[in-house]
Design a protein around this ligand. Structure first.
Ligand SMILES: *[C@@H]1O[C@H](CO)[C@@H](O)[C@H](O)[C@H]1NC(C)=O
Ligand SMILES: *[C@@H]1O[C@H](CO)[C@@H](O)[C@H](O)[C@H]1NC(C)=O
Length: 401
């Protein structure tokens, strides 16, 4: 038995590694950065060739961050001793940036020092608290930096811009003769890219009938779910959280039937049917993105009827968009979960419930794969699959957010 499991695991790994190698993110594969010829950017060139605020680049501005607000306190201070920060801004604002921006700046600093002996990265501007940039600038959110090299040698800036692309900035612009501008996606935007989620107030039901909110749900809890083959209610163990980030605020689709309201991220899959005939879950259900639900669709509710649960279609009366905090993506052994009495899939991101369920087979079958290094954040397995899917599937199969 054990041998057979190992064998299946081996086959799956070979399968994933093969597809990852053949279709993976080409340029980063196999070549060491120092051995490649890096093409400097030309003045006024930007990479990717999109405007900064589009989703394929750094994404839209999320609003200015003012000093001493909660969002301001979430920004990080970069005290990397290898980087030169312009200090003439008395509050040290050249050091203030988002987590993602800081990660990229630190990596770029290493690339710069490896490229030119004795030269380091210089940050001339990061978060802007003084209103010096045009409206909508990502500097107001700590998501952009203006950079040059410590020796002020302008002939290096084209290559510096290329190194910034290599470091993973989401948008790099060789803006002027005197500096390069580089920016990143919002930290929150990145967070919900790996799967659909519920907010912190969504509730699941345990075997004693107690409602447990997502922010109290634990691995090992058995909660109400639905068996995908028989269409019958079951209690299913929460085996891991594909995503768990209590502090992030994001947009949710709120779906209301006349009895219940459920909130999911737009890329989360939920079961629907077109008619209100009962007992259709095992035969007539479809899984669609929450954002594709329209008034008049029927979602499935679990209603207590004389001591047991019955799965009944219920007409969607209203669909709205709301902002809530916390993102939670619990995975149950059955791959479904009943949240706020509404039957949802545990999956999101990829437009095939069946495929998502199959792809997570290894973690359902092999408990050793479930361990996460941290108790919150995105689970490594879910992230790996999502990254793979992004490279393998056409974009219309994938919904980021
Ligand atoms: C269900 O949750 C309640 C409240 O958290 C708890 O007291 C009870 O023991 C739980 N039941 C089971 C079977 O875990
Ligand atoms: C089910 O649909 C039929 C026809 O559309 C309607 O007459 C009936 O009232 C509906 N029942 C429920 C419970 O929604």
């Amino acid at each position: 038995m054990r041998i057979r499991k190992l064998y299946i695991l081996f086959l799956l790994s070979v399968f994933f590694v093969c597809i990852a190698m053949s279709c993976g993110p080409g340029p980063r594969h196999g070549t060491r950065p120092s051995e490649r010829i890096l093409r400097p950017l030309l003045r006024q060139q930007y990479v990717p060739h999109l405007s900064e605020g589009t989703v394929g680049a750094s994404g839209p501005s999320e609003g200015r961050i003012y000093r001493n607000t909660p969002k301001y306190r979430k920004l990080e201070r970069n005290y990397n001793p290898d980087i030169l920060f312009r200090e003439d801004e008395e509050d040290g604002s050249a050091r203030i940036m988002t987590k993602r921006c800081k990660d990229k700046v630190d990596l770029l600093s290493t690339l710069v020092r490896n490229r030119w002996a004795g030269v380091s990265l210089q940050v001339i501007s990061a978060w802007d608290g003084d209103g010096l940039h045009p409206r909508g600038s990502l500097h107001y959110e700590g998501r952009a930096v203006d950079i040059k090299t410590s020796d002020d040698d302008t002939t290096k800036y084209g290559l510096l811009a290329r190194l910034a692309v290599e470091a993973g900035f989401d948008w790099v612009f060789y803006e002027s003769k005197f500096h390069v501008h580089a920016s990143v996606r919002a930290d929150g935007a990145d967070a919900v890219k790996y799967g659909g989620c519920f907010d912190g107030t969504g509730t699941a039901m345990n075997e004693s009938g107690a409602l447990i909110s997502m922010n109290n749900l634990q691995i090992g809890d058995k909660v109400l779910a639905v068996d995908r083959w028989s269409g019958l209610p079951v209690f299913s163990e929460v085996i891991l959280f594909m995503d768990k980030q209590p502090t992030i605020e994001t947009e949710y689709v709120e779906i209301r039937t006349h009895q219940q309201t459920i909130r999911l991220t737009s890329n989360h899959l939920i079961f629907v049917t077109k008619s209100n005939n009962s007992n259709t879950f095992s035969t007539k259900r479809r899984a669609v993105y929450a954002s594709d639900i329209i008034v008049g669709d029927f979602v499935y509710l679990t209603l207590p009827i004389s001591g047991r649960f019955e799965i009944t279609p219920s007409r969607v009366e209203m669909v709205a968009t709301v902002t809530r905090s916390g993102v939670y993506a619990p995975l149950t052994a059955h791959g479904t979960i009943v949240v706020d009495a509404t039957v949802a899939s545990c999956y999101g991101f990829i437009n095939s419930e069946t495929l998502a369920h199959a792809a997570l087979y290894p973690v359902r079958a092999f408990p050793s794969l479930r361990t996460a290094k941290r108790s919150s954040g995105i689970h490594w397995y879910a992230k790996t699959l999502a990254d793979m899917a992004r490279n393998l599937f056409p974009t219309y199969w994938i919904k980021l957010n």
